[in-house]
Design a protein around this ligand. Sequence first.
Ligand code: SF4
Length: 193
Amino acid sequence: MESGKKYAVNEIFLSLQGEGFWTGTPMVFLRFSGCNLRCPFCDTDFTSFTLLTGEEILLKIKETAPEGCRRICITGGEPSLQLDSPLTDLLHGEGFILHIETNGTHPLPEGIDWVTLSPKSDFVPSAEVVIGSCDELKVVYTGQDFRKWESFPAINYFLQPCSCSNTGEVVKMILENPKWRLSLQTHKYIGIA
Ligand code: SF4
């Protein structure tokens, strides 16, 4: 990788995956700066950034990952606005397993190992999903008709309370719609990043 391209990176840190299928799994989080949406409940700081080359990102990830921790959660903001094949190839080449958390409004590079789609078109009408499938569909529930997402090709379907505020309502919805499973923002409950 020699292009010298720089990526706007908000932060790189080690934590546990807080949400969805991989909850509780240690991962290095690569948070890109910037998002194309402005969801009303967004609580993520994606505005500050440092410009880093792919090699600098790889070095920082290697410094951050303890031995045996090979999973990288690529998130944002909206990571697909910046993530490209040269960077995924570089990280794969070092044996990392790549997860991405995306709003689905922008195509993804080929070969990402685990795609978590959290669609936002229920909140931002222009946020049309353009990716065709995912490993994990994670819908933030605020009372909308989430069942329409059951026809979207996914392996796992998660319903998640909005900012930990309506968990009882989400539990009730899942009991009535057992295709779905509960996703909690466990990192918020235990006070980690
Ligand atoms: S897509 Fe995610 S990061 Fe972007 S505004 Fe919505 S909640 Fe925030």
